[in-house]
Design a protein around this ligand. Sequence first.
Ligand SMILES: CSC[C@H]1O[C@H](OP(=O)(O)O)[C@H](O)[C@@H]1O
Ligand SMILES: Nc1ncnc2[nH]cnc12
Length: 287
Amino acid sequence: MQQAEIGIIGGSGLYAMPGLTDTREERISTPFGEPSDSFVLGMLEGRKVAFLARHGRGHRLLPSELNFRANIHAMKQLGVERILSVSAVGSLKEEHQPTDFVIPDQFIDRTFARQSTFFGDGIVAHVGFGDPVCATVSNAIVHGCAASDVAGKAGGTYVCMEGPQFSTRAESNLYRSWGADVIGMTNLQEAKLAREAEICYATMAMVTDYDCWREGHDDVTVDQIVAVLNQNAANACKVVAAAVAAMPRERTCPCASALKFAILTAPNAVPAETRQRLELLIGKYLK
Ligand SMILES: CSC[C@H]1O[C@H](OP(=O)(O)O)[C@H](O)[C@@H]1O
Ligand SMILES: Nc1ncnc2[nH]cnc12
């Protein structure tokens, strides 16, 4: 039975989801290892939701230490069809001010030490990623911002860096010259793996700072980020609830069939162990 329809991944500052009712906690193991923490399952706005603290409760995991594959696989095991991610980001443009929400529709990859695919070990697949986020989930977040009277900007490019150190000024200015909007350390692998798992994904990015490019302004510090997150936490929860309420029941986007034409390997050439590990994700395509 489907235990949750919508997954919420809470980032920095969001380690629980107030407003969830009928909650219970569940530990989930995956063929890819352990997720960041137990999942909290419950109801939000009449919908079955699964909440996961991305860095674990107590913020114990670096961006590079996150087991993105386990987190997304566990969501799939729960029956999650759409993931709404909440993240703190630095602004790369004057117009994106701390406490604004940006709903990115593109990514630039500056990571280098992460597992970004479920495939390999005898099976090759290439999913389309030209539109890396789900328009339905993005629209629901934009709608949630409007319904909560919060500035929410539809679209923008999220630079995903490795971290954990923040960027140098030269890097920050380079990303600005590329026209990027915001910077963070976590969303790209989630978006890639959600696509491979045929789960819709979009992110609600809360601007917490101006990184280090803005003259006459202090460079980003964790203190500064935490202060903005605390100031804006109630808004973030309001928007999440309103976005969940705005999520259509029907799923008509292409995310649900992302693997349909992606797998290159002949079914009889896939090693048994690999086939078993990926059964939940690709079983229906290897019949
Ligand atoms: C708290 S400072 C940097 C940290 O915040 C963002 O995390 P998340 O995306 O989980 O909200 C950023 O990506 C870094 O991991
Ligand atoms: N300036 C920044 N760079 C990377 N990740 C961030 N998360 C919040 N602010 C950030």
